[in-house]
Design a protein around this ligand. Structure first.
Ligand code: PEP
Length: 249
């Protein structure tokens, strides 16, 4: 089965209501390939989710940037998967490296979140990726496999999971992985899924790349056999996000 190209925009902790409206207007006016060719999902900060959801074109979808690990309750400051479902938010990003590093989210905690969010009916963009130190020590695949295993140990149905391979050294740094570096990890990750989950999950799960993707490098990266799209940070706040969506063509 062909894997539909996926382009996610992670707006992180950026924007005012006015800026968000401007980005949505730009997206709404853009000529992009049809939904049959590319799935587009943008992820504003929580507070702007209702605004974006209610004003964004209907062929683009919305994601939250995180959710709580279990049912809501006495967890001050958290937002539950049930709340996202209640607002009709279809997607959530989990395990982003900024949360793993700054908020100390362990792979097990991320795996628990992925399983819980899926069980509530959300679709999940699950992020994995190595630090520069880990890459230089030759342990890229061990790290990525361990992060993926923490998810695989807790998840049986992968049909609503997209894996985002995001090398930490490439996020927000302008140092993009070369197409060959991205392809190598995506290929190994797919082989890991084939061996440890199933051939079907390996063949059908989208593995997208994230880390300094922009309008200039997206075409070559997206042309790699196992790169099924992108998770875009900085460039998703700019009009060049449209060019990145067009890399699906
Ligand atoms: C990200 O935060 O997921 C990301 C890929 O950021 P950037 O594109 O800015 O490197």
């Amino acid at each position: 089965m062909a894997r539909k190209f996926f382009v996610g925009g992670n707006w992180k902790c950026n924007g005012t209501a006015e800026e968000v409206k401007k980005i949505v207007n730009t997206l709404n006016e853009a000529q992009v390939p049809s939904q049959d060719v590319v799935e587009v999902v943008v992820s504003p900060p929580y507070v702007f989710l209702p605004l974006v959801k209610s004003t964004l074109r209907s062929d683009f979808f919305v994601a939250a940037q995180n959710c709580w690990v279990k049912k809501g309750g006495a967890f001050t400051g958290e937002v539950s998967a049930e709340m996202l479902v209640n607002l009709d938010i279809p997607w959530v990003i989990l395990g982003h490296s900024e949360r793993r590093a700054i908020l100390n989210e362990s792979s097990e905690f991320v795996g628990d979140k992925v399983a819980y969010a899926l069980a509530q009916g959300l679709k999940v963009i699950a992020c994995v990726g190595e630090t520069l130190e880990e890459r230089e020590a030759g342990s890229t695949m061990d790290v990525v496999a361990a992060q993926t295993k923490a998810i695989a140990d807790r998840v049986t149905n992968w049909s609503n999971v997209v894996i985002a391979y995001e090398p930490v050294w490439a996020i927000g740094t302008g140092k993009v992985a070369s197409p060959a570096q991205a392809q190598e990890v995506h290929d190994e990750l797919r082989k890991w899924l084939a061996k440890n989950v199933s051939a079907d999950v390996a063949a059908t799960t989208r593995i997208i790349y994230g880390g300094s993707v922009n309008g200039g490098n997206c075409k070559e990266l997206g042309g790699q056999a196992d790169v099924d799209g992108f998770l875009v940070g900085g460039a998703s706040l700019k009009p060049e996000f449209i060019d990145i969506i067009k890399a699906a063509e």
